[in-house]
Design a protein around this ligand. Structure first.
Ligand code: GLN
Length: 305
């Protein structure tokens, strides 16, 4: 398997030249576009890795499934459904889901920014600092890595430049979909996106989703199996934003991308995969990362279809 991963890394490395670094968050433009790593955690407890798989990067949108899990663990499916829907948007991650002069909770998808900002309000905690701390703890637990922490520089960079997310959050406030102070909610969202991880962390988090909510090795349950099915279904239809259909055809497993260059893939019952390559396509998905997953899926018959 290690050999296969090395081969895929070699074959797909040229694709790192086809994408561009995210620059709308200035700090992300400082990444090295040549970095490329893959980490796999399999159900037999084995791990395989290649390339820059321990290089740190910010989780960005890959925090959205963790936000959804925390919201589900704190409120249950029924309550979460009252605030965010499950239909794919087919639109970019920062799109304004605005139709017929109204905004309904069913229009909010938890894998795009508006839904994610709304989900920050669903986490239990007296303050937004406490809500964020609980999300960070869950991330650490799922990844089995207590040293995961916030990248302050990226957080400040996004907070200073995040006008679009501010606009989205104020729109949510206008329609009564968030009640709390907008800046506090946004602060939690910006922090959530700036949690620093590596491929190994993403593979382990993906593994827990593949393993019906149980941690690797110990088998300890973190969340009910039905939450894993719920999150994986949404990842399948919207985890790669408006590239989700293409990804379903080519790769065929639930996955989530982030503009930091990471992708977390979930191969139900079999494995969790973490990939890092920060050069992105126009939809904000890692170009070489998708190519590597496509090749991996063909060679290991990963597609669930
Ligand atoms: N922090 C980013 C944003 O809100 C996350 C987007 C992404 O990773 N696609 O713009």
């Amino acid at each position: 398997m290690d050999e296969l991963l090395e081969q895929i890394l070699r074959e797909c490395a040229p694709y790192t030249k086809e994408g561009a670094l995210a620059n709308y968050i200035p700090e992300l433009a400082k990444a090295d576009p040549n970095d490329f790593g893959i980490f796999i955690m399999s159900s037999d407890g084995r791990t395989n890795r290649t390339g820059d798989c321990h290089k740190p990067f910010t989780i960005q949108s890959i925090v959205k499934p963790i936000l959804l899990l925390q919201a589900l663990m704190d409120n249950g499916i029924e309550e979460v459904r009252r605030h965010v829907g499950v239909e794919a948007t087919g639109k970019p991650f920062d799109a304004i889901n605005y139709s017929d002069q109204s905004l309904l909770s069913d229009h909010l998808n938890p894998m795009v920014n508006m839904g994610a900002i709304c989900m920050c309000t669903l986490i239990k905690g007296d303050t937004y600092q406490e809500k964020f701390e609980r999300l960070l703890q869950l991330t650490r637990r799922l990844a089995g890595n207590d040293s995961i922490c916030l990248n302050e520089t990226v957080y400040r960079s996004e907070k200073a430049t995040g006008s679009k997310n501010r606009a989205l959050a104020y729109l949510l406030k206008t329609y009564g979909m968030i009640r709390d102070d907008v800046e506090e909610v946004l602060d939690c969202y910006f922090r959530a996106c700036s949690i620093q991880v590596c491929c190994a962390d993403l593979a382990r988090i993906g593994f827990v989703l593949a393993n019906h909510g149980r941690l690797p090795i110990s088998g300890e349950r973190v969340f009910p199996s039905e939450y894993a099915s719920y999150v994986n279904a949404i990842l399948m239809t919207c985890g790669m934003y408006d590239g989700s259909g293409e990804f379903a055809v080519k790769v065929g497993v639930p996955a989530k991308s982030g503009v930091g260059g990471g992708i977390m893939a979930v191969v139900p019952t079999r494995m969790g995969i973490g990939i890092y390559s920060p050069a992105l396509d126009g939809k904000g998905n890692s170009v070489a990362g998708i190519k590597a997953l496509e090749t991996l899926s063909q060679r290991l018959y990963l597609s669930i279809f």
